[in-house]
Design a protein around this ligand. Sequence first.
Ligand SMILES: Cc1cc2nc3c(=O)[nH]c(=O)nc-3n(C[C@H](O)[C@H](O)[C@H](O)COP(=O)(O)OP(=O)(O)OC[C@H]3O[C@@H](n4cnc5c(N)ncnc54)[C@H](O)[C@@H]3O)c2cc1C
Length: 487
Amino acid sequence: MGDALGFKKYKRATPKYETVEKRVLHYQEFDEKVEEDFINKQAARCMDCGVPFCHSGCPLGNKIPDFNDAVFKSDWKSAYEILISTNNFPEFTGRICPAPCESSCVLGINSDPVSIEFVEKSIVEKAFAEQWISPNTSIERTGKKVVVVGSGPAGLAAADQLNKAGHQVEVHEKNTRVGGLLRYGIPDFKLEKQVIDRRIQLMEAEGIQFICNSEVGKNISAATLKNESDAMLLCGGSSVARDLPIAGRNLKGIHFAMDFLEKNNKRVAGDNIDFSTFDLKDKNIVVIGGGDTGSDCIGTSNRLGAKSITQIELLSKPAAQRTIKDPWPNWPMVLRTSSSHKEGCEREWSILTKKFISEDGIHLSGIEVVNVSWELNQQGKVEMQEQKDSKRILPCDYVFLAIGFLNPQFEGLLEELEVQLDTRNNVNCNNYQTSVPGVFSAGDMRRGQSLVVWAISEGREAALAIDQYLMEEHARLKSNFASALMI
Ligand SMILES: Cc1cc2nc3c(=O)[nH]c(=O)nc-3n(C[C@H](O)[C@H](O)[C@H](O)COP(=O)(O)OP(=O)(O)OC[C@H]3O[C@@H](n4cnc5c(N)ncnc54)[C@H](O)[C@@H]3O)c2cc1C
């Protein structure tokens, strides 16, 4: 451990952001560059705890005190080697992870936690800048082939691990570009897409084959790919969006958040798409859903020149600080204010949408809402109650539904393979293997809608399960062959 008293000497700090006025004019990331000394001091705040709770807070088990210590000592290369030993893509998590590690940092008990995510991003960007990251082109091959369906963070992490283990990896992606929600969900102002391209180029140079515009189960048969490979991994994500089937739902101007975000991400990437449905300039916007997807709709709407943006949420306003219900080191259900919120929007909680309203019978002109309260009923269950006389209309031209995803799409891939689903309609697995032998699944398709860091973790674990399966299969075939020779 470097500086034993670093946590007393230095306050938590992260880079400043470009001003709101400037950053809403573009889609690039907007955190300012800092000197190395700034990062060293942040790393010095790590207390190198006897029991580092940050390890278990991070789904990847990142060795956080170890890389903090290396950064404090300016041994950046060691810091990078420690970081990459548990996380294939720190350049993604270092930008967009909600950082459960920071919520479980021991310093966070009575002070501000170490700015772990910022240190992580600094390490990997230093490694890229110094050209320490280069493709390994001399991987010893096993002769086994694995087909990965879906190129989100789960599919990418699994592909990377399986390729490193020597298997030939072919990734099929239905979209025109690789990356899943990293590319088509998360806006560029949170994650610039050249960050994904840079990683994909490395993976291609290491031998992974990416096949885009290939929807398995639709324009290429899953059975064919299964027969042509030794194992298959399904990482198709959780794409069936939760709807709000109330009166007026079919009015023009009501869209699923992902339809909006995906089209805008494609437009920003320079794709030739029709964006005329989303003419947000000087319009009133309501975002239904108080989570991250909703926040991305706010940032995007501000960049498109919306007149007003209101985000409404059915649940009550979270507490500003941890409460007795979610003590440290648990993930706290506290009020989160993103950089997009700070760019301008109204936020309201405990709001139930009753119906969508139109003046001309075609286009949306407002939504009727009521206030609700959440009370314990006699059975001890929390129950929603509408507040009397709270009915009102929020005028709006667009509504974005950002109320989550239900499950993966069943038609096509899953239907053709006849894999069993669990009670939530996600893919049912035992150690990542589905009900169909040799077919595995990971990420949101298996665990349900989650986070990038969990998708990477699932991809790594599924790769391990596939590697074990292939090697056992290899040993079994070898022993059958040996027995056959003995007869
Ligand atoms: C708008 C939005 C913002 C988010 N922001 C954050 C954030 O800031 N931080 C965070 O940690 N998490 C965030 N998340 C969640 C995170 O993006 C997901 O949990 C994560 O991407 C899941 O990874 P995945 O690989 O399982 O699936 P996905 O990223 O969904 O990738 C699945 C891929 O499979 C492809 N596919 C599906 N079916 C087929 C098929 N039959 N054939 C070929 N390809 C197929 C899809 O096209 C897609 O590319 C966000 C989610 C959304 C929607």
